[in-house]
Design a protein around this ligand. Structure first.
Ligand SMILES: *[C@@H]1O[C@H](CO)[C@@H](O)[C@H](O)[C@H]1NC(C)=O
Ligand SMILES: *[C@@H]1O[C@H](CO)[C@@H](O)[C@H](O)[C@H]1NC(C)=O
Ligand SMILES: *[C@@H]1O[C@H](CO)[C@@H](O)[C@H](O)[C@H]1NC(C)=O
Ligand SMILES: *[C@@H]1O[C@H](CO)[C@@H](O)[C@H](O)[C@H]1NC(C)=O
Ligand SMILES: *[C@@H]1O[C@H](CO)[C@@H](O)[C@H](O)[C@H]1NC(C)=O
Ligand SMILES: *[C@@H]1O[C@H](CO)[C@@H](O)[C@H](O)[C@H]1NC(C)=O
Ligand SMILES: [Zn+2]
Ligand SMILES: [Zn+2]
Length: 600
C-alpha cells in the first residue's frame, strides 16, 4: 500500500512538472501547499489567487469561459493536497476552511455560497477519501471537470451486456391514420423565495430572492413573472403556464425534471420535499390525463448527489426522495410503480397496447454527482434494467418513448455512461420511437448514429427546453404530435411568450403566449424520424440561415439570449451539439462542421 502510494505520488508529481501551465508560478503552488500543510494561508496567497479568478466555475455551461489546463492543474493540485492532508488525519473543519479560502479567493462564488456549498458537500468528499484507498485526483477532476477536458486517467471503464442481434425492422403502415398529442413541460425550478421587483443583480447563483435587498436601479429590478438573469419561477408563473397549456388538447404530459430552485447553497430535505409535493399535487389537480415525471438533478439534498447501495452511511441516502415520490408518481401515471422508483427513481408503464414509456433517472451520469467518483459502474443497475425492459418491449412489438433528464451527449454527462446508453439506443433503434430530455433549459435536439454505419441516423432526442428562463430564455413548453399506430413523432410545436413584454405590462395581465414554430414547417421536413431530422443537419450545414433560426429557437427568442447573435463558431457549436450523443466522440460533429466550412 505504502509503496503503491509512493509510486503514484511520484507519477503525479512528474505529471505536474510536465503540465504545470507556465502561467501558474511555482510560488503560488508553494503557497497553496503551505495552506494545506499548516491550515494557515500565507500572506500573499489571497492576492496571488486574484490573478486566476474563476467566477461561476461550477455553473452549467461555463466550459467555454476558461483556459482549461490552468483549471485542471488547480483541480489536481488541490484534490491531491486535500487527499494527502486527510490521510494524515486532517479534520472536516480544517479542510472545509482551506477549501473555502480557495473558493472565495478564486472568486468562484460569494462567501456565503462557497461556505454553504462546501458545508453541504464536504462530508461526501471525505467519505469517498476515507473509503477509497487508491483515490487519485484524476478520478476526481476527470469526472467533476470532464466538461473542461480534465484527464480522467484510466478511470471509468465498464460496459453493459446487450442481447445479441440487432434491432429488427418492424413493418410500418405507409400513412398515418390517426395521431394524438403529448405535452412536455420541463425544468420548472419553482422558487418559493422569488421576490417580484427584487434585486436582479445579486452576484449569486440565484437572484430575485427575498433576502437580497433592493435593486440598485430600475434596470436591475426583477420582473413580476420572472427574469432573464439568474432567476427561477414564482408559483404564479407555474399556474399561468399550466393554465395556458391546458387550452391545448393532449393525452399525456411528460415532465422531464428539475423542480427545485437554484438556491443551491441552502437546500434542505424538508424544503425540497415541500416544493416537490406542492408541484405534484398541483399536477394531479390540474391535469385530467396521466403525467409521467422523471427526476431532475436538483431534486436531492444536496443537489446532484445520488449515492448507490455501496455507500454504507445512512446519512447520505436519497431513500427519502424515492419514498416521497413513489405514491404521487403512482397516482400521476395511474398504476403502482413504487417497486422500481424505490430502487433508483426509474419506472416503466404501458399507457396503451403497443406503447411503452420508460422513465429513467438520467442524473446518475451527471458529472456533478460526486458519488460517481466512489462508484461509477451502472448506478442502481439502471442501464441493465433499461436493456431488459427494452428487450421485453421488442418481444412484445411495443414502441417505446424514453424520458430522461440529462441528455446523453452533454459535456456534463459522464462519457462512459453516454457511450453505454448510446449502445442501448442503437441495439433497440427500431423499438425506440422517441427520447425526451430536459436539463439544459435550451430548445435543442440530438441525432444518434449507427456506430457501424456512421452516416445512418438511428435515433433522435428532443429537449423540452424549460419553464424557467434560467438564464436568458423565454419560458416555454412543447406539444408533440404522435402517430397513434406506430408512436413515431410526427411534429412538435414550441409555445412561449416574450418575457420583456409580459413584465412591462401590469401584473394582472396574462402574458401573450404564441406558437414560436413547428418543427416540420421551420426546417422543411416531413416528420421527426431520425432520417428526416438528419436531413435538417445537412440543410443547416449548407444553409446557415437555418442555424440562425435554430439559435433564436434555442432561447425561444428571449431578448437576453439572442442579443449578441450567433457567429460562425456559435453556429458550428450548435451543429456539433446536435450531432454529439457521447461526450468526446466528435466524428459526427466533424462531419457536419467540415460540410459547414465547405458551404462558406
Ligand atoms: C406502401 O407503399 C409501397 C411502396 O410505395 C407499396 O408497394 C405498398 O403497396 C403500400 N402499402 C399499402 C398498405 O398501401
Ligand atoms: C425552508 O423554508 C423556510 C420557509 O420558506 C425558510 O424560512 C427556511 O430558511 C428554509 N430552510 C432552508 C434550509 O433553506
Ligand atoms: C410481433 O410481430 C411479429 C411480426 O409482425 C409477429 O410474428 C409476432 O407474433 C408479434 N408478437 C406479439 C407478442 O404480438
Ligand atoms: C447498423 O449498421 C449495421 C451495418 O451496416 C447493420 O447491420 C445494422 O442493422 C444497423 N443498425 C440499425 C439499427 O439499422
Ligand atoms: C419583446 O418585447 C419587447 C418589448 O415590447 C421588444 O422590445 C422586443 O423586441 C421583443 N422581443 C422579440 C424577440 O420580439
Ligand atoms: C435557407 O433557409 C431559410 C430559412 O431560414 C429559407 O428561407 C431559405 O429559403 C433557405 N435557402 C435555401 C437556398 O434553401
Ligand atoms: Zn434545470
Ligand atoms: Zn437539471
Amino acid at each position: 500500500m505504502a509503496f503503491a502510494q509512493l509510486v503514484s505520488a511520484l507519477i503525479l508529481s512528474s505529471f505536474f512538472l510536465t503540465v504545470t501551465p507556465t502561467e501558474v508560478p511555482e510560488s503560488v503552488t508553494n503557497e497553496i501547499k503551505e495552506l494545506f500543510k499548516t491550515g494557515q494561508a500565507p500572506k500573499n496567497l489571497a492576492k496571488d489567487l486574484e490573478n486566476f479568478r474563476m467566477p461561476r466555475l461550477f455553473r452549467e455551461g461555463m466550459e467555454n469561459t476558461y483556459e482549461h489546463p490552468v483549471i485542471c492543474f488547480f483541480c489536481n493540485l488541490l484534490v491531491d493536497l486535500a487527499i494527502g492532508e486527510r490521510r494524515l488525519g486532517a479534520s472536516r473543519e480544517v479542510l472545509a476552511k482551506e477549501i473555502e479560502f480557495i473558493c472565495v479567493h478564486l472568486g468562484i462564488e460569494s462567501e456565503r455560497v462557497c461556505t454553504g456549498v462546501i458545508d453541504l458537500n464536504i462530508d461526501v468528499f471525505l467519505y469517498i477519501v476515507d473509503n477509497y484507498p487508491n483515490l487519485d485526483s484524476h478520478r476526481v477532476c476527470g469526472s467533476v471537470l470532464q466538461s473542461l477536458g480534465c484527464s480522467p486517467g484510466d478511470n471509468f471503464e465498464w460496459s453493459i451486456e446487450l442481447p445479441s442481434g440487432s434491432s429488427p425492422v418492424r413493418p410500418k403502415p405507409n400513412d398515418t391514420l390517426d395521431s394524438f398529442k403529448i405535452l412536455q413541460l420541463s425544468d420548472i425550478h419553482y422558487d418559493p423565495n422569488y421576490k417580484p421587483y427584487g434585486n436582479a443583480d445579486c452576484g449569486e447563483p440565484i437572484c430575485c430572492q427575498t433576502d437580497q435587498g433592493e435593486p440598485s436601479s430600475p434596470e436591475n429590478t426583477c420582473g413580476y413573472w420572472t427574469d432573464y438573469r439568474e432567476a427561477d419561477v414564482p408559483w404564479h408563473l407555474i399556474e399561468e403556464t399550466v393554465r395556458q397549456a391546458k387550452t391545448q388538447e393532449f393525452e399525456y404530459v411528460y415532465y422531464t425534471g428539475d423542480i427545485i430552485s437554484h438556491r443551491v447553497w441552502e437546500t434542505s430535505i424538508r424544503n425540497n420535499s415541500q416544493s416537490i409535493s406542492d408541484l405534484f399535487t398541483y399536477f394531479k389537480q390540474s391535469f385530467d390525463v396521466p403525467v409521467y415525471p422523471v427526476f431532475g438533478n436538483h431534486e436531492p439534498h444536496p443537489l446532484d448527489l445520488w449515492p448507490t447501495e455501496s455507500v454504507k452511511d445512512e446519512k447520505f441516502s436519497v431513500q427519502w426522495l424515492f419514498e416521497l415520490v413513489s405514491g404521487p408518481w403512482s397516482e400521476l401515471v395511474g398504476q403502482d410503480i413504487s417497486e422500481t422508483v424505490l430502487k433508483g427513481g426509474y419506472y416503466t408503464v404501458s399507457p396503451k397496447p403497443g406503447f411503452r414509456i420508460i422513465a429513467i433517472n438520467g442524473n446518475l451520469c451527471y458529472t456533478y454527482n460526486w458519488w460517481l467518483i466512489f462508484n461509477d459502474v451502472d448506478p442502481y443497475g439502471q442501464l441493465q434494467w433499461l436493456t431488459e425492459t427494452l428487450l421485453e418491449a421488442e418481444k412484445n412489438n411495443e414502441s417505446v418513448h424514453i424520458l430522461s433528464h440529462v441528455p446523453s451527449g452533454t459535456s456534463e454527462s459522464l462519457s462512459v455512461w453516454g457511450r453505454e446508453y448510446s449502445r442501448i439506443i442503437e441495439r433497440f433503434a427500431n423499438t425506440i420511437t422517441g427520447q425526451f430530455n430536459g436539463h439544459t433549459h435550451r430548445d435543442q435536439f440530438h441525432v444518434y448514429y449507427n456506430s457501424s454505419n456512421p452516416t445512418q441516423p438511428i435515433g433522435t432526442a428532443f429537449n423540452g427546453a424549460s419553464v424557467t428562463p434560467y438564464t436568458a430564455s423565454n419560458p416555454s413548453y412543447k406539444i408533440y404530435d404522435v402517430d397513434s399506430t406506430t408512436f413515431d413523432l410526427l411534429d412538435y410545436e414550441e409555445w412561449t411568450f416574450n418575457l420583456t413584454l409580459a413584465n412591462s405590462k401590469s401584473s394582472n395581465e396574462s402574458p401573450d403566449w404564441y406558437k414560436l414554430y413547428s418543427f416540420t414547417e421551420a426546417f422543411g421536413v416531413d416528420n421527426l424520424s431520425p432520417v428526416e431530422v438528419d436531413k435538417v443537419l445537412y440543410k443547416m450545414a449548407e444553409n446557415h440561415s437555418l442555424l440562425d433560426d435554430y439559435f433564436l429557437f434555442k432561447f425561444r427568442n428571449g431578448d437576453a439570449g439572442i442579443k449578441d447573435g450567433c457567429d460562425d463558431k456559435c453556429k458550428k457549436d450548435n451543429l456539433c451539439e446536435i450531432a454529439t450523443t457521447v461526450y468526446g466522440v466528435d466524428v459526427h460533429c466533424n462531419r457536419f462542421t467540415d460540410l459547414y466550412d465547405k458551404g462558406q
